[in-house]
Write a protein that binds this ligand. Structure first.
Ligand SMILES: *Cc1c(COP(=O)(O)O)cnc(C)c1O
Length: 389
């Protein structure tokens, strides 16, 4: 992830300011909400677009006992950047870097026999004990081992590999499908099945260090799902998993990313002037247009054409016409800010700017996608990095 040190942030075309003080405070708020559990900071996909290494460091400083990534490559990159402590990754494909992961002391997730075979082979080759976490599918229908015969086979083989000194089963875990819809009956059903799958494995002799199933929405709304560890992603970045769960402020969370750009051009145009590709917007009368120099190549959703909100000069403006690859236009209604004036796309909201949730609604998606898709062409500028918060 590109960082900037030398260039003054205000002169950049666009920037994603990452408030690490807010991130640390979010870690502490989440730990207070799950006092009996350890906290895993989920920093996959460049920490949901915020920058994996900087956010991982800040989260660990603030008390996250674990880091989590999807891919082994992401986990290995954190080790290479000097992050120690517990680190887990869960999205493996055959032939993956098992040996590197075992040697880097990474907890690896196993959902199927092929994966257990590959990790035990890697442990044997490395002369090390692999830390393995068995994942059960309690109803998400995605990754994870099916309950019943498949689980019995996987648990049995893992216990054997443990007795052979090749693996240590450090965790038993699963993932929710609908925890962001409070009251959804699948949450209770998954929880009940998780307890059954745990009981089965424990009765076969598995003694996990951690049992875990809670993502951000479950961490925020269902204390009975916390077990030994909660895996929080979106909440760490100060964003609510869904409006139904609540606002960030309801949980003492503060959005970490502010996306801003500098207006590249302001000009007067007559009424009836088409704007951007396809002329989907036509000026209703004489007005001023502002050119915002970010586009879908930077992760601004093209689906927000005609709907995305932007704060310019204290007023909400709306994307006029189509979002292009590198730029879009807002109708400034006759206002004449200088070229270089700040356009805030989203942030915490307390300067009157829209939030990532506002963009999610404008684009018909979720706030997770809004922050995660901000591209590498937008430099991340870390704010208050050196303070302890
Ligand atoms: C992404 C992810 C999380 C974090 O989810 P949030 O809703 O962002 O908290 C937790 N567990 C797994 C397996 C994930 O893939």
């Amino acid at each position: 992830m590109s960082e900037t040190a030398a260039a003054p942030a205000a002169s950049l075309r666009a920037r994603a300011e990452i408030d690490l003080v807010a991130l640390r405070a979010n870690v502490r708020a989440l730990r207070a909400l799950a006092p009996g559990a350890q906290l895993m900071a989920v920093v996959k996909s460049e920490a949901y677009g915020h920058g994996a290494v900087a956010c991982a460091r800040a989260a660990v400083e603030a008390g996250a006992g674990w880091l989590g990534t999807a891919t082994p490559e992401e986990a290995l990159a954190l080790r290479a950047a000097g992050l120690r402590g517990r680190l887990m990754c869960w999205l493996w494909t055959p032939g993956g870097p098992w040996r590197e992961a075992v040697e880097a002391d990474i907890d690896v997730s196993v959902s199927d026999m092929w994966a257990l075979e590959e990790v035990t082979a890697a442990a044997r080759a490395a002369g090390l004990v692999a830390r393995v976490q068995l994942k059960g599918d309690t109803g998400l229908g995605r990754n994870g081992c099916q309950p019943g015969a498949d689980w019995a086979e996987l648990v049995g083989a893992a216990v054997e590999a443990e007795r052979a000194g090749l693996v240590r089963v450090t965790g038993l875990w699963s993932h929710f499908a609908c925890a962001d819809e409070p009251g959804h009956p699948s949450v209770d059903a998954q929880l009940a099945l998780f307890r059954e799958m745990l009981a089965y494995a424990e009765q076969r002799g598995v003694r996990p260090e951690v049992r875990h199933i809670a993502n951000s929405p479950a961490t925020l709304t269902r204390p009975d799902t916390h077990f030994d560890l909660v895996r929080t992603g979106i909440a760490l970045y100060g964003i609510s998993p869904s409006p139904e769960v609540g606002t960030p402020a309801d949980f003492g969370l503060r959005p970490v990313m502010t996306l801003a750009a500098n207006i590249a051009l302001v000009k007067h145009v007559p009424g009836g002037h088409g704007v951007s590709y396809g002329h989907k917007y036509v000026t209703p009368g004489e007005t001023t247009l502002g050119l915002v120099p970010v586009g879908y190549a930077d992760g601004i959703p093209r689906h927000a054409s005609g709907t995305g909100p932007v704060l310019v000069g204290g007023k909400w403006r709306t994307v006029a016409g189509r979002v292009a690859m590198d730029q879009f236009v807002v109708d400034l209604g006759g206002d004449e800010p200088e070229a270089g004036a700040e356009a805030i796309l989203f942030g915490p909201g307390d300067r009157g700017e829209p939030t990532a949730e506002d963009w999610a609604q404008a684009a018909g998606t979720i706030a997770y996608e809004i922050v995660t898709r901000i591209g590498t062409r937008v430099p991340r500028v870390y704010v208050n990095e050196e303070q302890s918060g």
